[in-house]
Ligand binder design. Sequence first.
Ligand SMILES: [Fe+2]
Ligand SMILES: [Fe+2]
Length: 471
Amino acid sequence: MKTTRKILSALIAAVMLASCMGVGSSAAVLPDGSMNAEEWNTYFSALDNTMISLTPGSDETQLNVCWHTSASAAPSQFKIGKGISMSDAITYDAYATQAEDEAQRVNRVIAAGLEANTEYYYAYTRNDGSWSAPALYRTLSADTFKVLFVTDIQISPDRGSGEMRNDSYCFNNVLSTALKSNDDISFILNAGDSTESGNNPVEWIGTLAPPALRNLPMASAIGNHDKKGLSYKYYTFSPNNYDEALFPSEIGADNWFRYGEVLFLVYDSTCGSVEDHNNFTEDAIKANKDAKWRVAMMHHDLNGSNDSANSAESRILFRNIYGPLFEKYDIDLALTGHSHTYGRSHQMGYAGVLQNVDGIKSVTNPEGTVYVSGSTACYKYDAMEYDKPAWIAYRFEEPVNTYTTLEFSHDSLALRTCRCDTEELVDEYTINKTDTYEEEIDPAGMFDLYAIVRILGLIFGMIASLGSKFN
Ligand SMILES: [Fe+2]
Ligand SMILES: [Fe+2]
């Protein structure tokens, strides 16, 4: 048994070292973490829930991290510095709170002052007080940058057949496939349902298992499956949480972060308080008036490609909560999940299609918002139950994983979606922008209606806060 443990420890150390060795002459090569099934099973069986979780910080100069340790461990620290020697490292004392289990605590650190185009290495103290092996955190320029969009990782707990290990292996294959062709990804956007049952912490071992997540931050929205429990809040550390909610959720909050000229708005769509989503959006926009791009991410598939064609919650509830907000504030792109099927909409307004983009791959200064619903990053494909909705410009109909990259520059946002098995490009769409946001003007008549929706939202929030949840 001891020998087996030593072998597993050596393998994990080798993976960590591989993370550290990826240093090129000008920019570090990001390890993609690819493994065959046998290597994965050995690697995975040695993991526990003390892996560090990286989340984008408030802007590109910050990095948020959190990790579990034993509650009885010495106070935890995190350090980050340039180069693998970390000789100039800044050391941070972690802010600790009790974990989901009394035997553990969650340690959180915000690393600040990070420069662009720099190879940093970080380490953190573990249960026995020793430092972890240095791991690479490579910053690129935020002027032009690329992110990876995934959703519905939805790791299941084991039910006797290695479900968690297999779900996680699928997620690792999605990440490693994307990274092999896109070494220039700066961070990952995840539209939620990171776990299946939401209340089983071991699921997060599967969600956080891919080695690439030791090097790349991942911003995760809250999904309806996550909302079945509270595990999410112990394994993520989002910046700028909206803390003035009239009806706060126990699991998390709307939050935003800024990267270069892009404002990312991350919504908790499991919370139906329209008033809170409205106020959060207004505050975030006011704090980022100079942003050139506005990107929303939420779990539920408003204007998605499958379920939302027939789902009352999408057609009525989410459309009335987010449709007016996204139109009022000129959201360029809304990233969603939930239906486990990939689709991209026409340019949408609150009331419907504003600009039909059938067969069009590039638009300039378009009206409205493009909605992208991602497929699943594990094996849980949903069948196409409905005809392609009228608002969908493209949908991918095969039970095959896909990944989507988004490349931002000052005047363009380029979306590319590839299938993971062949890496064939299946969808591409570019928005060119030469204008800037105008002073927000309420579209005539719409906000009289929205005022009523907000009042209804207040009532709904009161009901929800009394204990009911909605999925
Ligand atoms: Fe899901
Ligand atoms: Fe979902």
